[in-house]
Design a protein around this ligand. Structure first.
Ligand code: BDP
Length: 707
């Protein structure tokens, strides 16, 4: 062996040893790898000599101490013992439940304060779970290399119920899941407890998520059987120390299916009794059960309307069953009846808005961010701001059903923020969606937000490694929606990928662009719902027949020889009238509306000049082409950070970016070629027409619809 080869081999061995085994992504953002710079480590070591708890020894406080111990010893390369008594000791971290101090500081139930006194760092809160959140916040400081000296942080969550909604089924499949199977192993529970449940709880607690609806909204009645409640209780037992309550989606017809009753009419006395007894049974099994999530009379699910009752009758019946128990009903507003002459945009509003004021206090109505269905960009749902007497939960989708599954990198914080920051004007300027759902606009004391989970049994939890950032950012925004998406991208990157400043900037910078890039090569200018039928994968703008008209693409894009887009002004469906006048003004005029929303509200002639200076057709093509090209930019940015990122993780993302580019070209070619059949205009310079024909792309994409 030559000297060169020897040196090369030695170098490889040393690299592997310092890096450890390839990073499979399992540890998410809780990596706790050794801080490489010894000098930097020293600064932290002084403040992390020991951990001690004051004010009780609950499982939650123990979890907090344990996490700090694991985290700090890993990061700092020193033993950090947990001491029973730290009297007179200096240079440690004290976990302290202190209700009086928390009340004085206005921390509420879950808020925490971290501060340095002369000797130690104190993490305090009213309840042990608040201290746990503080412990994770301290670890975040270290993981993102923020100083501990002179530290003072106070943080209080803005929203009370911060939930994940799992669309997981009893057989282990996940509806719209792209990261493997369900993480819940129903056939093994309650006897076998997968260690993964605890890691799931840790990850959630680290970002402040405090509830999990563990089963699909298209629910199975099975979860309400005595046998399954034992399984759910076992899960709840693992999640409890981490401040996470368990909730169930319920199948409306359960009293018939498992209760043996002839009806599920919410006004029927026996049905009411059944739900009351079932709810009591649940609370006996799971004393801190969070409540119910209901999808009723939606997409074929049963509901109170089957008996001539309305959503309020159904929701109020469940609220009555909850009675004195500390739980809530989250009733979903995702409803749209098949109506060939209607506009699906208006359906939920028309059914729910008249019910405002009719719901019992324990009921919250859960509304998707937009009026159609988790598209890559939607105007905010018109129900926000239109139901002042009902607390509304905002539902966003983290699993990328309409955003490229687990092959497209799409960082969702900008999308979520766009909705949260949108102004409903319901109580004048500043009545943002965020302030509607946190209860401050309409003075509600209960509030909630839900993210449809993107989590599965894949070793890295989310399929696409970058999907982890969506789980992370969602939790952080649920806690504090004023955080910026850029800051969250940086935080996540530092904890998950690298702390090298230039690389952090590059990665956070590319993440920030991903969502708008995705919009450009799939549904620019406000196009929506033109994806593949039923599996929602790839483009199918030509889809003109389906089981329902509002499951086709032509229903939404309305392309014809004149132009493109859905006229929702007074000349069209008039869905715009569901918004306050200020919003109507913003979107009502095709000349002045932001181009990003144009085709949501206007049918625009192909040759019409837009505010961008191009005609509609030219602008459309420009966005499709530059959007698809931008994936190459993403690839270059990602390649540039290769030396700073774990090789396995880097290679995984790089490979997915290749798939993303291939599919971006499908979208581009499918859409420009299809819309060209209506526009009858050439692809504008400098872009070259696609090399394949419309028939070619159709064949390719339609293949995916085959069983
Ligand atoms: C749609 C999904 C469907 C869900 C539904 C819902 O395609 O699988 O069941 O939303 O939210 O987007 O209920």
């Amino acid at each position: 062996m030559s000297l060169r080869t020897c040196l090369l081999l030695l170098c490889l061995v040393v690299c592997a040893a310092t890096r450890g085994v390839a990073d499979d992504g399992y540890r998410l953002w809780l990596k706790y790898d050794l801080m490489q710079a010894a000098g930097q480590r020293k600064g932290y070591q002084r403040n992390a000599q020991f951990i001690s708890t004051k004010g009780g020894q609950s499982a939650t406080l123990q979890a907090a101490a344990e996490e700090l111990k694991t985290g700090l010893s890993g990061l700092l390369g020193q033993a950090v013992p947990v001491l029973a008594d730290a009297k007179g000791k200096k240079g440690g971290i004290i976990l302290q439940v202190d209700a009086a101090a928390a009340d004085n500081a206005g921390l509420g139930e879950e808020g925490y304060r971290i501060y340095a006194d002369k000797q130690n760092i104190i993490i305090t809160g009213r309840r042990d779970v608040a201290v746990l959140y503080g412990a994770f916040a301290l670890l975040r400081q270290v993981q993102t290399r923020q100083p501990l000296d002179g530290l003072t942080i106070s943080s209080v969550p803005k929203i009370q119920h911060r939930l994940l909604n799992h669309w997981d089924n009893p057989n282990g499949t996940v509806e719209r899941g792209y990261a493997g199977s369900s993480i819940w192993k129903w056939y093994e529970l309650p006897e076998v407890i997968d260690p993964r449940y605890r890691d799931y709880a840790r990850a959630n607690a680290s970002v402040g998520i405090n509830g999990a609806v563990i089963n699909n909204v298209n629910a199975s009645a099975r979860y309400l059987t005595a046998e399954y409640l034992q399984k759910v209780a076992a899960l709840a037992g693992v999640l409890r120390p981490y401040g996470i309550r368990v909730y169930l989606s319920v199948f409306w017809a359960a009293p018939k299916v498992i209760g043996g009753l002839p009806t599920a009419d919410p006004l029927d006395a026996k049905v009411r009794q059944w739900w009351t007894a079932k709810t009591d049974e649940i609370y006996q099994t799971i004393p801190d059960f969070g409540g119910f999530l209901v999808k009723a009379n939606s997409e074929g699910e049963p509901g109170p309307q089957d008996y001539g009752r309305n959503h309020a009758d159904g929701a109020n019946m469940l609220a009555a069953a909850l009675g004195r128990h500390d739980g809530v009903v989250m009733w979903r507003a995702f409803v749209y009846k098949a109506d060939p002459n209607g506009d699906r945009f208006k359906a939920a509003y028309e059914e729910f808005q008249p019910l405002d004021g009719k719901f019992q206090p324990k009921v919250l109505v859960q509304v998707k961010n937009g009026p159609i269905d988790f598209q890559s960009r939607e105007p905010f749902h018109p129900l926000f701001g239109a139901m002042p007497r009902t607390p509304l939960v905002l539902e966003v989708q983290l699993t990328q059903e309409y955003l490229g599954f687990a092959t497209h990198a799409v960082y969702l914080a900008p999308l979520i923020k766009e909705c949260l920051d949108a102004d409903t004007y319901t109580q004048g300027k500043g009545s943002t969606v965020a302030r509607v759902i946190d209860g401050s606009v309409d003075k509600h004391s209960v509030s909630g937000i839900a993210g449809v989970a993107n989590i599965g049994s894949d070793r890295n939890w989310t399929g696409h490694p970058m999907g982890q950032a969506n789980w992370y950012a969602y939790g952080r925004l649920a806690w504090d929606y004023s955080l910026s998406s850029k800051a969250l991208a940086e935080e996540w990157t530092r904890q998950t990928l690298t702390n090298e400043p230039a690389a952090v900037q590059t990665i956070a910078g590319l993440m920030q662009q991903t969502r708008s890039i995705y919009v450009r090569y799939t549904t620019p200018l406000g196009l929506h719902h033109i994806m593949g039928e039923s599996i929602h994968y790839g483009p199918q703008p030509w889809l003109e027949r389906s089981a329902r008209p509002d499951w086709t693409s032509i229903y939404y894009h309305r392309a014809d020889s004149v132009g493109l887009g859905f006229d929702r002004t007074a000349k069209g469906s008039n869905a715009l009238a569901l918004y306050r006048p200020e919003v109507q003004k913003l979107w009502g005029n095709a000349q002045t509306i932001a181009p990003d929303y144009l085709l949501w509200f206007h049918h625009v002639p192909w040759r019409q000049k837009l505010s961008t200076g191009r005609t509609l057709w030219d602008e459309l093509c420009t966005r499709y082409y530059t959007g698809a090209d931008s994936v190459l930019w993403l690839q270059r940015q990602w390649a540039a950070v290769q030396p700073q990122v774990d090789p396995a993780l880097h290679a995984d993302v790089a490979a997915r970016l290749q798939t993303q580019h291939k599919e971006a070209l499908w979208w581009r070619d499918a859409c420009v070629l299809y819309f060209q059949t209506w526009a009858r205009r050439p692809i504008p310079a400098p872009f070259a027409p696609p090399q394949r024909s419309l028939a070619d792309v159709k064949r390719l994409v339609d293949l995916y619809q085959l069983r």
